[in-house]
Design a protein around this ligand. Sequence first.
Ligand code: TXA
Ligand code: MG
Length: 337
Amino acid sequence: MQTKIFTEENIEEAGEIIRNGGLVAFPTETVYGLGASAFNPDAASKIYEAKGRPSDNPLIVHISDKALIGKLALEITSRAKKLIDSFMPGPFTIILKKSDNIPDAVTAGLDTVGIRLPSNETAVRFIAAAGVPIAAPSANISGKPSPTRVDHVIQDMSGKIDGIIDGGECSVGVESTIIDASGERPVLLRPGGITLEMLREIVPETMPDEHIFKSVSADERPLCPGMKYKHYAPNAEVIVVEGEKDAVQAKIRALLKENRGRITGVLTMYGSAYDEAVILSAGDSDRSYAKKLFAALREFDALGVELVFAEFCEKDGYGAAVKNRLYKSAGNNVIHV
Ligand code: TXA
Ligand code: MG
């Protein structure tokens, strides 16, 4: 299949592909999404095939106008309404009881649906051009780091989908905050650009799910099906070294010595220099770390790095989103120093 690259200029044509049951990847403020009509079960099924995604992992439905939420959701509690009013549009997904308008192929049979109104203008224009809500996971091969630049999408999806909209680099860099507001008490399922602190300012009862920073064991059924799958993993082995600057640098120096035979890399947030390792910078704030993390993991792979040490120390509320992705990319291989 020939994959066509679209820009702002021919976005209407990209929307038409969606309306006709095709697949188009598009930029959002978080990561690139791989879209299909949320009203077309066959189109939604093709997403699973293109990504190699397990069929029990539901898709988020993207809208261009808040007014649509009432059509997609069966009920909106007063707490859910407060969250919608505060955080949409933005890097935020709300899970609500679904209406019959959403096919089971989109929600993997769940009776809830995740709804998101992006703040990225290209995304909103594209969804509006499609004229239907767009079901979309991140536009990466299942298990790989999410795409934050168009070249990442081309790498993973070229030849497998109808089109890709080039919208430059994603500004947030990690996927949306997911909040389950289908019950009385909202539960944070995935941290992102909207932090727990921000959520609690609006709904103080909001609770984080226990699985956010740990692995899910084989016999558990997490609220968020995606939690049980391997995520964000580059080909390289990733080890997080977490703590204050001096201790982290000393530990990584020792680890590099122990691993001399391997091609090593370091993702630095302290601006560190190490001999004989490929160094990539995550910047010195949690926000820049979020923006650069997935691209850096892909870059290490492109450079043939076999073992990556990631410096990390959570600094503010945004850090929780970085920590969640970083720990998962490392398969929870974390050394605290
Ligand atoms: O920022 C984002 O959310 C990006 C962009 C493209 O919008 N999308 C994204 O989709 O990250 P995806 O499929 O890679 O991650 C969605 C996660 C999955 O772990 C899935 O299990 C969970 O959301 N999810 C979707 N619908 C759900 C539902 N009804 N109940 C619980 N979890 C749900
Ligand atoms: Mg994903």
